[in-house]
Design a protein around this ligand. Sequence first.
Ligand SMILES: Nc1ncnc2c1ncn2[C@@H]1O[C@H](COP(=O)(O)OP(=O)(O)OP(=O)(O)O)[C@@H](O)[C@H]1O
Ligand SMILES: [Mg+2]
Length: 607
Amino acid sequence: MSRIVGIDLGTTNCCVAVVDGGKPRVIPNKHGYSTTPSVVAVTEAGQRIVGQIAVRQAVTNPEHTVQGAKRLMGRPFDSEEAQHAAAHASYRVIAGPNGDVRIVLHDKEHSVPELSAMFLQEMRVVAEDFTQERVDRAVVTVPAYFNDNQRQAVRDAGAIAGLEVVRILNEPTAAALAYGFGRAEPKTLAVYDLGGGTFDISIVRIDEEGEFHVVSTTGDSFLGGEDFDERLMDFLMKAFYRDNAIDLRTSPIALQRVRQAAQKAKAELSSVEQTDVSLPFVIATPETGPLHLEYTITREMLERLTADLVTRTLQICELGLSYAQLAPEHVDEVILVGGMTRMPAVQRAVEEFFGRPPCKGVHADEVVALGAALAAHAIEEERDTGLHDVTAHSLGIMTAGGRFDALIPAMEPVPTKVEELFTTSRDGQAALKVVVLQGQSEWAAENTPLGRFALTNLRPGPAGTVRVRVTFTIDEDGMFSVGAKDLDTGEEKVIDVLASSGLSDDEIERMMADSAEYLAHRRAEESKEDSRQACSRLIAKLEGVLPEAEKKMAWTPVGATAVEKAKKAVTAVKTGLDEADADALTKQHALLLRVEQMIERALEKAS
Ligand SMILES: Nc1ncnc2c1ncn2[C@@H]1O[C@H](COP(=O)(O)OP(=O)(O)OP(=O)(O)O)[C@@H](O)[C@H]1O
Ligand SMILES: [Mg+2]
């Protein structure tokens, strides 16, 4: 069986880890970094690029560079969040065929799971290069506050990437697991995870047996570093408008430059008190000529611009504690996760709220992937993960008058299931429709619909006599499923999903094929590049020894011919090297090896 890796599929950064020699460790990418930016771009030539190189070209290719796609996972196009992205993103966001979100990159529409699959695939390549084994199974983490639609989108992303997602794990739970590794005492933890796009707070109890019990979890899947960036961007652009009467949002390139400058300034202000934002030639107009953006931003200014965002995380912390029925002083240790927790104002606020300094020994960027790797390893060894998680949202159905009837309350330990009895209300009623939703409101319309289900082909009978028992299940992944049985006949009922805003099976299959083709192409390109480099190395070596060989051998006719042949071969391979295809490269490599042997033998004889 292949190894199972742990993947933190972040809004801003992805990270992959495995257990190696009994310890979890992060696998660096080929640039040596432990995380890879969750940025994907398509170039003019239609080439896909992911990670650091995609970040580097974002300024010149903003319309075809995607960052922050995770915030759109599992959301319908008409949701507030998707509309926000459509208004603020540098790339084009449109409605998909299922009311879902599509992102257009060089005339090709991509679903959000498809884009996430590109990051999963990248992490897979990182892991395969390191382990030198095929990787096709993973534990993937998600924000604890993700609902069923968002989790389903992650599952779809895994399928598209050709990865079996063996478990979906909540990010703060994964962090707790990594924290607890090698630490034995029972404790109550608060995991405060403020990343690039999402916020989670989980209260986790580690018991005497080293088992992890999530007591409560809540959050906001649209609150994170990107919102901090936007505040600073708005500030800079407003100042620029005030000084120059030009709106930088009209230029995608200027906007992208302001975005990157804001991100950089924000991060710098975590360690220095003030920084200069300087964007020479940010825009030019016929009237004004080239204009430069230059402002000094202080830490205090940034804190003022984002104070309400920090306060909002604390309000959510309060809610999390109240769900757990705990006071801040009941928390023994506060764990900070996510890049945004490097901001001093965040650290101060959290410290004040919980009345204790946060734990220092946790790596905010890696701890989630490390926890995922630990869970993956347990599953690999068919051990219990020791994790007992809860669902962040109530699950229920719509009842008369548009009310929401919660069948499984929030904070219920998962896996769990509940049974509900449905009876026909009309004589001869052939079908029963059930609308399933997730959320906290008592009104169905304010909650998230997961799907409409129809129990069809019901037994004919007078009203009230046909009784169907429906079982609603939430599994360990926090995902929902439903089953039904005719109570009187014991017959299992067919359930049709009538609506979902995600992807159809056909679409997933097409995207899977695209993705597999990309990977095969990429692997072929990589191996071609390897042969090319091997040829280059041999050419350099031969060019180094040929002058000496010539001196020693050229005075005999046989020697002269050999040297001449070798020189010719080297020149021929060298000139055609850039254009050679994979087959030609293999042949040329073999030729160069023969030349090398011939020269070596001849030199041995000559000396
Ligand atoms: N030194 C720093 N000071 C302030 N913010 C920082 C610093 N370093 C990184 N960040 C911010 O942290 C965020 C990224 O954090 P992280 O990598 O933990 O997010 P993520 O895991 O990708 O996102 P999420 O968990 O929300 O899906 C970005 O918004 C980035 O600007
Ligand atoms: Mg994260």
